[in-house]
Every structure is written in structure tokens, then in C-alpha cells.
Design a protein around this ligand. Structure first.
Ligand code: SF4
Length: 489
């Protein structure tokens, strides 16, 4: 018997299904996936309010049959709405998020914490339909997903927050292929560990949790790290035996950045182009404002004006470097229980002044957030938009190959550049921090308001401050290193 999620997993990769059934202990779940699963549950609970008055089937991993029997009893007794209605039919174990009686038939509603219907959602509901329609008459299937245009004002309006999409036609079209697919999966599961080539499917629609097994032979300097090499091409080359940087430079035409990437690994030495670095530095004017936002996103908006998965700036760090070498630091971290944006805008406008370059690393992110703040707080729009022409992007001298280090591995992100330029510098080591990347900061702040213990909350706030502080200190140190590089004779 397959669960519907196992069926969907099997469609992504039969070997992944074999692993989950036969060697589940090898599975590795990323913490981001856990956050996503949590989000899925809370969105699912909220969507039940679209069909109030239903009866829920309690999940009991020790007694699936009990869940199935309880569902059958509810259907028999005339219930109109059942949450987590459970069926074991046609070789599939399926739970429908919401099952709604529609005269003599039933409608299926599957809740997804996304903002649109995705291909794998259709397969998910198709196999549900295949199982459930063996027990009861089903007439319609729907996906309930979040409406990304909904901006909360006051009480949450679930009818506006969610969008219900009828996918019956798509689901019906997929019915004919399902029995064969289930047969194939069941036979495969009875056999020895199957073979499967690694491919684009290892990350689509989900990052596979068995990559540690299948990707263990991929060399450190593999074609998967070649700068901006098209995904399809990466696997095409890999399966042709062109696996390493050396293979690629011998047999394929690489672009300029990819060629330098390979050559620096071969020599073990970085390359410096002073002209490029100087060109960037000449474009800056003091005082230099090294600036970085952190944002959080939530599926369910908590504050007025917030939309599902909207990027909400909640924190910034700002290092100001004066021409005389003096360095000042400013920071802001919003309250986790209220919308932090207005206070953040007032503070940043005050601290960023009116002249001097604002330096960000990948400035598009900061500029986009400023444009959104200008839209949402029109009273500050003029001052906010006046910041944008002052921006300079510290990634530019790296992208233009002013400096390339073999340890960049084709990435110009600050998390690659910093440790390559400052190896073993404890002041600049993200690994020493409790929060080590933007995704962690995002999830941490989004969940902070749930934490009851004020002492723990304060400690976490200190971790957030330390993380964002390092983001801008890193930029200062990188800038100073670039200055040193052009000074060297
Ligand atoms: S890593 Fe790729 S090939 Fe291996 S099981 Fe996962 S999806 Fe399949």
C-alpha cells in the first residue's frame, strides 16, 4: 500500500520511493523543509474555516484502519464536512484535507500553502481521487491555495485569504495512467535497490532527501559548480563523463568566468584586476554606508497591509565608514509582536543621511525592499526613493573579475567571497554564529513571537543582531581589502 505522498515521491524518482520504503534511516531532512511542513499544517487548519462545522479525523499513526473506519462512519451517519477524511482503496492510503458532501456525491478540497497550483499538486489530488472514488462518488476536486494579492486589514478574512481552484478536468485526465504507475511502483519496491541517474529531478519539485547517497561520487570541483552553467547541460555533460573542471576545460567551450574558475583552481592562486577594482572604488563617495536588510515572510499575514509571503523588512545593520577611517555602527531590530516597518523606515532614513554612497551586497534586494516600503508608506516615499541613486553594489567588482579566488567555486555570494578573502579570521566567521544565513534569520524572526520565555527571546534577538552586524562588517572588510589590493605595487 502506498500513501499519496509516496506516490508523488515515486513520480519524482522511483529510487527515492524505494529508499523511503526500504531504507528510511538514510533520509536527511533540511530544517527549511521542517519549517515548510509546519507552515502547511497551520494553513490547513485555517482553511477548514472555509467549510465550518465539519468533523475532523484524528491522525493516529498506530491505527490507520481506525481512521478509515471513523471516516466511513461519518459518511454513513450523514456528516456534510469531514476534515482529514481517510481512505484505503485501490492500493492507496489517502487523506483528503476537506471532504464536502455535494448532494449524492462529494467534493475534494486539498489545501496547499503555496500561492498557485503546481504540477505535483495535480498528481497529488489525482491519486486521491483514484482512491476515494472507489469508496464514494466524487464529482469535483479543488486546490485551496493562498491568494497572494490579499492584504490583511483588521481581522483575517479567510474568504479573501484563500483562492479555490477547480482542478476536476486535470484530475480526470490523469486517472487512466494511475493503475499502471502504481503497479510499476509496487513491483519496483519488491526488487533490489534500483538504479537511477542523478538529474534535474533530484531537486524538482522537491530537493530529494537522499542526495547524500546518490551524489556521494560527485567530485568537489564538478561541472555542477561551473558558473551559471545551465542545469540541463550540467547533467548532460556529467552523464557524458565530463565531470570535473579539468574534463570541462579539455572538452567544452567555457565562457570567460568559467575558464578563470577552472584556471584558478589549477594554479591555486587568485587573480586580481586592479583596473576593475579601481573603477568600482572611484564611483564611491564618502561617507560610505554599508547597509543590509533582513526580511521575514509568513504564509498567513499577521499585520495590516501584509500579504501572504510578502517580504517584510524587520532588521537592518549599517556600518558608516568616514574618509578619515572612523567606523560607526547602527542597527535596528523590530519588535516581533508588531509590524516593524514604520519604525524601521524612520530610523533608516535618519541614519542613512542624504549624501554618500550606500553599499549593499546584491543591491537589487535592498532596492526592491525600499521601493516596496515607499509604496506601503507613501508619506516617506520621496525620502526613501531618494536613497536609490546612492546605491553601489559590492558584488560588481567580483562579477567583473576584479578579484577571483579559487575557493569562490563559481559563486560571488558574500558567503563565498568572505571566507576566501579572510580565511581563519574569527571576527568574520559566520560558522561561529548561532544564525548563519539569511534564511535562518528569516525563519527565526517569523517564529520568535511564538516563544513564551522572554529570556530565550532576548537571547535569540542578540543572535539576530550578531548575524546582521556581521553582514555589514563583512562588506567593510571586503571593501578595505579591495583598497589594499589596488595599493599593492
Ligand atoms: S538523489 Fe536523485 S536519483 Fe537519488 S533518489 Fe533522490 S531523486 Fe533519485
Amino acid at each position: 500500500m502506498l500513501s499519496k505522498s509516496q506516490y508523488v515521491r515515486g513520480l519524482q524518482c522511483h529510487k527515492s520511493l524505494w529508499f523511503i520504503k526500504n531504507k528510511p534511516e538514510l533520509r536527511q531532512i533540511a530544517s527549511e523543509d521542517m519549517a515548510f511542513i509546519d507552515t502547511g499544517y497551520s494553513v490547513g487548519d485555517l482553511a477548514c474555516n472555509l467549510f465550518p462545522g465539519g468533523i475532523g479525523i484524528e491522525f493516529d499513526k498506530e491505527d490507520f484502519q481506525g481512521m478509515v473506519s471513523k471516516t466511513a462512519e461519518l459518511i454513513e451517519s450523514g456528516a456534510d464536512v469531514i476534515y482529514e477524511a481517510t481512505f484505503k482503496e485501490n492500493g492507496i492510503f489517502a487523506m483528503a484535507d476537506i471532504l464536502v458532501r455535494n448532494g449524492a456525491t462529494w467534493n475534494i478540497y486539498e489545501v496547499k500553502a503555496s500561492t498557485k497550483v503546481k504540477e505535483y499538486h495535480l498528481n497529488d489530488v489525482a491519486v486521491q481521487w483514484y482512491a476515494i472514488s472507489n469508496a464514494i462518488n466524487v464529482s469535483k476536486a479543488h486546490i485551496i491555495h493562498l491568494n497572494k494579492r490579499y492584504a490583511r486589514q483588521g481581522e483575517l478574512d479567510v474568504n479573501e485569504l484563500f483562492h479555490i481552484e477547480d482542478i476536476t478536468e486535470d484530475v480526470l485526465k490523469r486517472q487512466a495512467e494511475i493503475p499502471q504507475r502504481i503497479d510499476y511502483m509496487e513491483q519496483m519496491l519488491k526488487s533490489e535497490e534500483p538504479t537511477a541517474k542523478i538529474g534535474v529531478h533530484c531537486n524538482d519539485p522537491f530537493a530529494c532527501d537522499f542526495k547524500k547517497q546518490c551524489w556521494q561520487d560527485v567530485p568537489t570541483h564538478s561541472v555542477f559548480k561551473l558558473y551559471r552553467l545551465d542545469k540541463e547541460k550540467q547533467f548532460e555533460w556529467y552523464h557524458q563523463g565530463i565531470r570535473t573542471y579539468e574534463d570541462a576545460i579539455d572538452k567544452k567551450r567555457l565562457n570567460r568566468i568559467q575558464t578563470i574558475q577552472v584556471q584558478t583552481v589549477q594554479t591555486g592562486l587568485p587573480i586580481v584586476n586592479k583596473e576593475v577594482i579601481d573603477g568600482f572604488i572611484q564611483g564611491l563617495s564618502y561617507p560610505l554606508y554599508f547597509f543590509d536588510f533582513e526580511t521575514f515572510m509568513e504564509a498567513i499575514p499577521r499585520f495590516d497591509g501584509q500579504k501572504p509571503y510578502m517580504q517584510m523588512p524587520f532588521q537592518y545593520s549599517l556600518h558608516v565608514l568616514h574618509e578619515n577611517g572612523e567606523l560607526e555602527h547602527y542597527e535596528y531590530l523590530g519588535d516581533e509582536n508588531s509590524d516593524p516597518r514604520r519604525e524601521l523606515v524612520i530610523r533608516m532614513l535618519n541614519e542613512l543621511g542624504t549624501e554618500g554612497s550606500i553599499i549593499a551586497y546584491y543591491q537589487n534586494f535592498e532596492i526592491s525592499r525600499i521601493e516596496e516600503l515607499a509604496r506601503d508608506f507613501p508619506e516617506y516615499a520621496e525620502d526613501l526613493l531618494a536613497l536609490i541613486p546612492r546605491f553601489s553594489d559590492l558584488i560588481v567588482p567580483f562579477r567583473k573579475l576584479g578579484y577571483y579566488h579559487p575557493n569562490f567555486h563559481g559563486s560571488f555570494s558574500i558567503k563565498s567571497v568572505l571566507p576566501s578573502m579572510f580565511p581563519n579570521d574569527p571576527e568574520l566567521d559566520y560558522k561561529k554564529l548561532a544564525i548563519q544565513h539569511g534564511g535562518m534569520a528569516m525563519d527565526t524572526f517569523a517564529n520568535l513571537h511564538r516563544l513564551q520565555d522572554p529570556t530565550k527571546r532576548e537571547l535569540i534577538r542578540q543572535d539576530l543582531l550578531a548575524y546582521c552586524h556581521l553582514d555589514t562588517l563583512a562588506m567593510v572588510r571586503i571593501y578595505q581589502k579591495l583598497l589594499d589590493l589596488i595599493k599593492v605595487a
